[in-house]
Structures are given as C-alpha cells and as structure tokens.
Design a protein around this ligand. Structure first.
Ligand code: PLP
Length: 389
C-alpha cells in the first residue's frame, strides 16, 4: 500500500467547490439552479486588464519572470498599498503568488509543526484550519460571534495566546460572515500583541476594497509596532473579478522574505507572466469598473438582507464587507448542512452550510450575492415558499 505522509490524513478542503460541482451537475440535467454558493464575483474581468494580458503575450512575455514577480508589478502593489492604507512597503518585501490562497499555505507551512499552536477565525475560510491540521500544529479557533457583529474580539483573541502560539490569522472584511472588525478593536489587538513579540500575524485582507456605506478598511500594515512580523495577504481575485487568473500578493517582513522567496522557487518558479501584466494594468489603470461592481454588490446586499429578514425563522445581520450574507437559521428548526443540502437538491438554490467554515458556523448558512439581483430575488422567494410549507 502507498504510504503518504500523515498530514494527508488530516488535510481538509473547501466545500464551496463541492457545492459548485453539484450545482453545475444539476444545471446540466436541466434543473433551474440559482448559485449563491461560490465566492467569486459574477462580473467579467474589465476589458483593459484582459487586453494587457493579450498584449503581454503578443509582446513575447512567454518566459520565466523573477520568482517574486516582475518589479513593476511589485512597485505597483506598493503604490496601491500607499493609496489605500497610507503605508508604502519596499517592493523587495512583496511576493506575487498564484492566488491569495497561496500566501496562507506558505505562512502556515512556515509556522506550523507538531507542538505549535495557530489561532484562526471560526467561522472562517476553511483552508486556514485545513492547512494548520496538515502541518500537525494545533488549530485554536478564535470565535467570531454574531452578537459582536461578526468582528473578532481583541480581548478574546489575546486570551487564547499561549507560549506555544506561533501564528495568529486574522481576516477582515471576513468570509463567510461579511463582518468588518472596527478600527478600535484592531488597535486594541495590536496593543496587546506588542507583549507577544514571538507571535507572527497573517492578516488576510483579500476583501480590503469591499466595504460598504463608506466604511474605511483598516489594514494591519498601518501599525508599525507589529510590522516586523506581519504577513499581509491580498490579491486580485475579488477586487478586479480575477479569480481564474490566479493572482495574489503578499508583503513579508524582512525576517521572512527570503524563506518566502525560496518556497516560491521550490514550488511554482514564478506566476504566469501575462497574468502579471494583467495585474499591473488592474492596479495602475482606471478603477471605474471596481466602483461599479461595488455599487452593484451594495444594491444586492440590501435585497438579500431585507429579503432574508422577511423569511420565517431567519434573521440576517447587515454585512459591512465582502459579498456574503450569513443569516441565522436556528429558528427554522433545520441544521445548517441539512438545510443547505435540501435547498440545493429540492429548491434549486446553492448555498454553503455554516459548519463548512468551522464548528461555530452551525446555525447559519452562507449566501454569496455574486449573482444578479433578479436571481437573488427569485432565490429568496423560493426559499420563503419552501420554509413556509
Ligand atoms: N482569503 C479569503 C478569506 C477568501 O475568501 C479567499 C477566496 O475565497 C481567499 C483568501 C483566496 O483567494 P484566491 O482565489 O485569490 O486564492
């Protein structure tokens, strides 16, 4: 029998992809499926970005690039961070990666091993826990609570730190809840973290440009006292509707950048060259498409939240970021995963059960509003009819 390493007995995955596969299968059988399951914008990548990739191909950018990414792109990342967070890192600290996810993979590999503890949000992006388990480290959930508007609590997070804690993973705006942690709470956390200089921080800010009602995003990068151990995760997937291009970036502190570079060399050599030129056009070109997409998401957000709150047994907080609603379904009497299953199989609505994002997700389902307002309205009507039966 083939004997793989023990990590593969523990590695998990992302159930949103299984939901997508099943939804696609049902649709191919002729069923009218409304997909509110997958976390990707339903918009096309803006034309000028696509054109930049085509031009790069025609101009002959067919070869390897530096493993951390082409310099103009790393410079553009730093300029973009200056614009949006007021801090301009050194391009030498930036690593362009094939998707935002890769940075969490790298950071967790760097700090996870048996005996180590890693804190991560629950409910949260499922790959955090999966990768922590893979390394043999102990996953320590940071509870993300509805009564706290799905923000993390600085006090509770700090209380979970032990001498074994190596890494803390934070995510705001958050998947799956749409929660945005207030600046005052982040400041409190940073203050507390100053007493733990041996703990690294991975801040997943992939939804940094996706906040509503004028709410400003607070980047952990703004806090100088932790910058020497902060890994910033961000990328192009969500902001510029580029999930399939596989384009992400990280800012690594001086102490870790060479390790990150070596991981890149050992695994993917460099990110697809024309995709990097597309990423450059995304950051340096007009941002009108981003603004238009956010306006549309905002319109849908209101439809989703108002619609869900009208349904029997469902209450839904207003998400202030990302493009997910995370309604509380406990009063319907359904368990989350069972409700998600029946909604897909019988009602034709793809959603993801809360427990797919951690044990504290029980009692919730995630709806992504990356679908047309009309389809969202239809989905809510159908869910309402089903629950009313
Ligand atoms: N981080 C969070 C919180 C996400 O929700 C996602 C994607 O859904 C990612 C990272 C990964 O993004 P990418 O598709 O760029 O790998």
């Amino acid at each position: 029998m083939l004997k793989t390493t023990s990590g593969f007995d523990r590695i998990g995955e992302e159930n949103a992809f299984a939901v997508l596969a099943r939804a696609t299968e049902l649709a191919s059988q002729g069923r009218d499926i409304i997909n509110l399951g997958i976390g990707q914008p339903d918009f096309k990548t803006p034309e000028h970005i696509v054109e930049a990739a085509v031009k790069a191909l025609k101009d002959g950018h067919h070869g390897y690039t530096p493993s951390t990414g082409i310099l103009p792109l790393r410079e553009a990342v730093c300029q973009d961070l200056l614009t949006h967070s007021g801090v301009e890192p050194n391009p030498d600290n930036v690593v362009i990666v094939p998707g935002g996810k890769v940075t969490m993979f790298m950071a967790i590999l760097m700090f996870g091993e048996p005996g180590a503890e890693i804190l991560y949000p629950d409910p949260g992006f499922p790959i955090y826990r999966s990768m922590i388990e893979f390394t043999g480290a102990k996953p320590v959930p940071i509870p993300i609570r509805e009564e706290n508007e799905f923000a993390f609590s600085a006090e509770e997070t700090l209380s979970l730190i032990t001498p074994k804690t190596r890494l803390i993973i934070l995510n705001s705006p958050a998947n799956p809840t749409g929660g945005v942690t207030p600046r005052s709470e982040i400041e409190k956390l940073v203050k507390g973290l100053e007493a733990h200089p041996d703990v690294a921080i991975l801040s997943d800010e992939i939804y940094s440009r996706m906040t509503y009602e004028g709410l400003a995003h607070t980047s952990l990068l703004e806090f100088e006292s932790i910058r020497d151990r902060l890994i910033l995760l961000n990328g192009w997937s969500k902001t510029w509707a580029m999930t399939g291009w596989r384009m992400g970036y990280a800012v690594w502190p001086d102490a870790l950048i060479d390790k990150a570079r070596k991981l890149a060399v050992n695994c993917w050599s460099c990110v697809n060259a024309p995709a990097q030129f597309a990423g450059l056009a995304a950051m340096t070109g007009p941002q009108t498409a981003v603004d238009a997409m956010m306006e549309e998401f905002d319109r849908r957000r209101k439809i989703v939240v108002n619609g869900l709150n009208e349904l029997p047994g469902i209450t839904c907080r207003t998400p202030m970021g990302a493009f997910y609603a995370f309604p509380n379904i406990t009063e319907t009497g359904w368990k989350s995963k069972e409700l998600a299953k029946v909604l897909l199989e019988e009602v034709g609505i793809a959603v993801v059960g809360g427990p797919d994002f951690g044990s504290l997700g029980e009692g919730y389902i995630r709806l992504s509003y990356a679908n047309s307002a009309e389809n969202i309205q239809r989905a809510i009507t159908r869910i309402g009819a089903f629950l009313g039966e």
